[in-house]
Ligand binder design. Structure first.
Ligand SMILES: [Zn+2]
Length: 583
């Protein structure tokens, strides 16, 4: 256990939180800290804060925060030991190998077992495709799609043969248990209490997460039979609405260009990859969700959604407009010629042709606007209907310049005055998502202004000016604190100070047990200094004199209660003299 603790400390020393989080969130330096859009809640203004000096992150919006391990656990939804293992691997630090007892083996989490069995299944499918006679139909299909060997091996594509128990036999041979395989969605129980393979006669696309573990599979038929795509069902590790095919492979390219291209099919993503166009991901046959967009905005500044004009995906793509606007990720649409999909298009016209068309992408909002306006027709009823569809979306646009641009555009197209659009828009000015966002940030602001100023000053001095800690570690100071959480923090500090003789923000945080109190402390740690160095003395004096005032008033009251009026008056007089001195 000691070795494990040592490895944890080494990781803390090695991993830089800004560098690590930058891999998932676009951070900008702002004063002492780095700021970005929070990956854990929906926001358009950055309140996600990362401190390099404190090696800590904190979101002022959703209050999530902590160290590198806390980030990894929250972002990848993993346990602490898993976060340790991932980070150790990523930063080349050896974790002490613990010999697993049979009990521990049994306890190995279901998720880990599913990853293991998925890995085995991927090996099996890939082997069938590349090395066996059974894989011939799959090889022919991919050859027809001109997907070369390199792409097949990079993405570990596979083939599930037309058999009911091909995978089952393989897994049994490997002594892997059927129960886990069922929970991984690879096999399905039949009425006789036995199992059969879920994927049969399909080309297999393994889907991995950002930790490069296979979370599930997509299977595509070779002909026109239905369903065209069959995915792993929802499992403890497979959530369709959060995953994007190819994201891991595309990450670097997306970061470099600041752009991500989103297509509908696995083969579309692969075809583009084959033409050395790497910044591409595919949805798993679902519409884009808020979760997808929230993850993507961590890497890209702009998303281009590609769809063929005759697909139902067009409507689905338009539904995502609202999510794009809410998450503050710029979105465009690329329209392919009738009858083409990205796969066929890039194979016909090559990378140059694709990039040329990509450059002609239009902002999704413009596209939506024109679509609605043309649907409405020239009649006044149609125009009103179009306006009703457009306004709720327009009201979500936060960028003022863009907003007024579209207001003008809309007024022109509908042949009405701009002020008429503005009046109508005002009715929508508070759509739920927009309203909750504005309220959220206002609440956050008023919350902090309601907070007792002395509490704030005290915490801020403590965190930013450790040289005066001795003076702040005075029991009496507690009388000026009003927030019960700050009082709890104060008590914890006094205890540490008396037992260990010294005190540090990180040390305090470690000792705080309740989550809300930890959040409160993290927030204080991330707040910039209020006092410059030459103002510190004055600030501490101010706090101390307040303490004195309160103490005097208390003893005066006590004296009066005890009937000692003379003493009570004397104390009051002292108090007044002191106040005059201070003034
Ligand atoms: Zn947040």
């Amino acid at each position: 256990m000691e070795e494990y603790q040592a490895a944890k400390e080494e990781l803390k020393r090695t991993v830089d939180i800004v560098e690590l989080i930058s891999q998932f969130v676009q951070l900008k330096r702002g004063g002492q800290n780095h700021m970005g859009l929070c990956p854990f809640h929906s926001e358009k203004d950055p309140s996600f804060t990362v401190s390099q000096t404190k090696q800590m992150f904190h979101c002022f919006g959703c209050k999530k925060g902590g160290d590198v391990f806390a980030f990894w656990m929250e972002y990848h939804k993993v346990s602490f030991p898993e976060a340790m293992r991932d980070l150790a691997e990523k930063y080349n630090i050896t974790l002490p190998q613990k010999q697993m007892t049979s009990l521990e083996k049994e306890k190995m989490t279901l998720k880990t077992r599913i990853f293991k069995i998925n890995e085995a299944a991927a090996t099996y499918f890939h082997h069938i495709l590349t090395k066996t006679n059974d894989g011939k139909p799959g090889r022919e299909y991919l050859a027809k799609r001109s997907i070369p060997k390199e792409v097949i091996s990079e993405f570990r594509l596979g083939y599930a043969p037309e058999k009911w128990d091909g995978l089952i036999k393989f897994l049994k041979q490997k002594k892997l248990d059927m129960d886990t395989a069922e929970k991984a969605g690879l096999i399905i129980p039949n009425k006789k209490g036995d199992y059969y393979d879920r994927f049969r006669g399909r080309v297999i696309f393994p889907i991995d997460d950002l930790r490069q573990q296979i979370v599930g599979f997509g299977g595509r038929v070779l002909d026109d039979s239905l369903p065209k795509y069959l995915n792993t069902p929802e499992t403890p590790v497979f959530h369709k609405g959060e995953l994007l095919f190819g994201l891991h492979a595309a990450l670097q390219a997306i970061r470099e260009s600041g752009r991500v291209v989103i297509v509908e099919g696995y083969t579309d993503a692969l075809a583009l990859n084959m033409h050395e166009f790497k910044e591409v991901v595919a949805t798993l046959g679902t519409a884009l969700t808020d979760n997808h967009i929230r993850a993507l905005k961590g890497y890209a500044k702009e998303a281009v959604v590609v769809f063929d004009p005759d697909s139902a995906g067009k409507t689905a793509a338009m539904k995502s407009l609202s999510a794009f606007l809410n998450e503050g990720l710029a979105s465009k649409v690329m329209i392919l010629p009738e009858g083409d999909d990205p796969d066929s298009f890039v194979n016909k016209h090559g990378l140059d042709g694709f990039v040329r068309l990509l450059r002609q992408s239009v902002p999704m909002f413009d596209f939506f606007l024109d679509m609605k306006l043309s649907q409405g027709g020239d009649q006044i009823e149609g125009k009103v209907r179009a306006l009703e569809d457009i306004l709720p979306i327009l009201s979500q646009l936060k960028n003022e310049a863009l907003r007024s641009y579209y207001i003008r555009h809309l007024a022109e197209k509908l042949n009405i005055t701009e002020s008429a659009v503005v009046i109508e828009l005002k009715k929508w000015g508070t759509t739920p998502s927009y309203k909750s966002h504005v309220q959220g940030s206002r609440e956050a602001r008023s919350n902090s202004s309601v907070r007792n100023q002395d509490d704030q000053y005290f915490m801020n001095l403590l965190i930013h000016h450790p040289q005066i800690i001795d003076r702040l570690m005075n029991q009496d100071l507690k009388v000026i604190l009003s927030d019960p959480m700050i009082k709890e923090i104060f008590d914890t500090m006094i205890t540490i100070y008396h037992t260990e003789g010294e005190i540090s923000p990180a040390g305090i945080l470690e000792k705080l047990e309740k989550d809300p109190v930890r959040e409160r402390f993290r927030e204080a740690m991330m707040t910039p200094p209020i006092f410059s160095n030459d103002m510190v003395e004055q600030a501490v004096n101010g706090l101390e004199s307040k303490v004195h005032k309160i103490k005097m008033a208390e003893s005066s009251i006590r004296a009066r209660q005890q009937g000692d009026l003379e003493r009570a008056n004397k104390i009051l007089e002292q108090k007044r003299t002191r106040e005059n001195q201070v003034l």
